[in-house]
Design a protein around this ligand. Structure first.
Ligand code: FDA
Length: 452
């Protein structure tokens, strides 16, 4: 007897299945999917049989589906969303920062920072760029190697969708999965059966590409984590990452007059440092430097020790002590001197906070040496302890996920569950800001597409 394990309802969907699914795509256009073509196969009675079922038609899922389909595999792509690939659509301000010229494993956080190497080496940024060029999608490079579409993220969605269609991929969308059965490997009825609002499907391989938890209102669910846990695979607890940081009220109150100012600064935590903009907000800290460092600050959650503050270097590349010393001879006041590098409002408020009335009313030369040294230290290492983050609602990605210890980096398959694959953001691989997360989705999706 093949072993059967049943999984409970894992997701819900408002729409009911009809053989012809009606789906809303970009721009409000309503397209009709052709009725699901039920391939002939060894499946059980009443179930539609496929070689591969992919859960999640986002970046990783569509890449994987197109690849597996090109190999001649009969592929079904299931998604509960009404709109295809919403996360690609809203990314990069609508232009999708689809990759980065400088991708390497150093740009990713994971309990195993080496895990992503193999996939990133086999499907590289240049491979994705080649797909765009073949399709004549124009793009441009911004600072730090970030690549964006010239026109619209829609171009990438259309490219992936067409690649799936050309490879014969079948779509079930919107479609909610109600339960999954796993049978012993090699079962003539397929190793997995999926009960959904569009009927019962079975397949030899099941690929989970349901993404992370960021921005729940566009369809993020913990489906992939729950499924992994129910198969006995470890999950590194998901945490919001690339996320603004909140400050406690007592710390925030005196900083409120600085809200709305943007600084060219360096945010540091542990061994990581990012020199980009820091934005002072009404709730705490944001801007690219803070989003980047937030992922490293969040990594503390996995340690057992006391939480540590982060540091902001307000004068990156400048030795503040020497610089202030050089101003001791003149009659300049500290806020005016700082305003050479910092926004005037910020400089004024910051001096009031860390130098007191003296710093506002007296020239630098009249401030005591010890006071100046202390101010200089704070300028180069302004220490702030966040109270937390603004959560998944404001996060760009999820730190943690299905543990890489349970997966093969060569195939993305679960080591102990034949036929089960995890790709994209659901896996414990989290990229920096700047196109690295999409590259991980393309690379891991492409790799699984060669094996599933
Ligand atoms: P993705 O989230 O793309 O797809 C998952 C799919 O699974 C979705 O279609 C979802 O509907 C479906 N799904 C989830 N649960 C389901 C369930 N229970 N049943 C059925 N279907 C289910 N990255 C980058 O590199 N450059 C950028 O410019 C940006 N910009 C950006 C902006 C914003 C606002 C956000 C929130 C994120 C980004 N990112 C980014 C991150 C990037 O979008 C993200 O890392 C990838 O989309 C991850 O791809 P996946 O395919 O893994 O998940």
């Amino acid at each position: 007897m093949p072993s059967i394990c049943c999984y409970p309802v894992l997701s819900t969907c408002r729409l009911n299945f009809s053989q012809t699914s009606v789906n809303r795509w970009a721009g409000g256009a309503v397209l009709e999917f052709a009725a699901l073509h039920v391939p002939a196969g060894p499946g059980e009675r009443g179930a539609m049989y496929f070689d591969v079922i992919i859960m999640g038609a986002g970046a990783a899922g569509m890449m994987c589906a197109a690849q597996a389909g090109r190999r001649g595999r009969r592929v079904l792509l299931i998604d509960h969303a009404e709109k295809l690939a919403e996360r690609i659509r809203i990314s990069g301000g609508g232009r999708c920062n689809f990759t980065n010229r400088t991708v390497s494993a150093d740009h990713y956080l994971s309990q195993n920072p080496h895990f992503c190497r193999s996939a990133l080496a086999r499907f590289t940024p240049n491979d994705f760029i080649a797909l765009l060029e073949k399709r004549r999608i124009s793009y441009h490079e911004r600072e730090q190697g970030q690549l964006f579409c010239d026109d619209s993220a829609e171009d990438i969605i259309a490219m992936l969708r067409d690649a799936c269609d050309e490879a014969g991929v079948q779509w079930a969308m919107p479609c909610a999965v109600q339960g999954i059965e796993a049978r012993s490997a090699g079962s003539a009825r397929g190793a997995f059966a999926v009960d959904s609002t569009q009927g019962r499907f079975s397949a030899e391989s099941l690929v989970v590409a349901t993404g992370g938890l960021a921005i729940p209102k566009i369809g993020a669910t913990p489906f992939g984590y729950r499924l992994a846990e129910q198969f006995g695979l470890p999950v590194v607890p998901p945490r919001p990452a690339l996320v603004p940081l909140a400050l406690a009220p007592e710390l925030l109150e005196p900083l409120k007059p600085m809200a709305g100012t943007t600084l060219d600064a360096s945010a540091r935590f542990a061994d990581a440092a990012f020199r980009e903009n820091v934005l002072m907000t009404h709730r705490g800290l944001s801007g690219p430097a803070i989003l980047q460092i937030s992922s490293y600050w969040q990594m503390q959650e996995y340690g057992s020790g006391k939480k540590r503050p982060l540091e902001i270097d307000l004068l990156p590349g400048i030795d503040a002590a020497a610089w202030l010393d050089a101003h001791r001879q003149g009659r300049s006041h500290l806020p005016n001197v700082l305003a050479e590098y910092l926004p005037r409002r910020f400089a004024h408020e910051w001096c009031a906070l860390y130098g007191g009335d003296k710093a506002l009313s007296r020239p630098i030369g009249e401030l005591g040496r010890r006071d100046l040294e202390q101010i200089a230290r704070q300028l180069n290492a302004w220490s702030l302890m966040p109270a937390g983050t603004l959560g998944f609602a404001k996060a760009e990605v999820t730190l943690g996920g299905v543990s890489t210890a349970a997966l093969s980096s060569k195939t993305m398959a679960a080591r102990d569950v034949p036929g089960l694959y995890f790709i994209g953001e659901v896996v414990d691989v989290t990229g920096w800001l700047g196109g690295y997360n999409f590259q991980w989705a393309w690379s891991s999706g492409w790799v699984a597409g060669q094996f599933a």
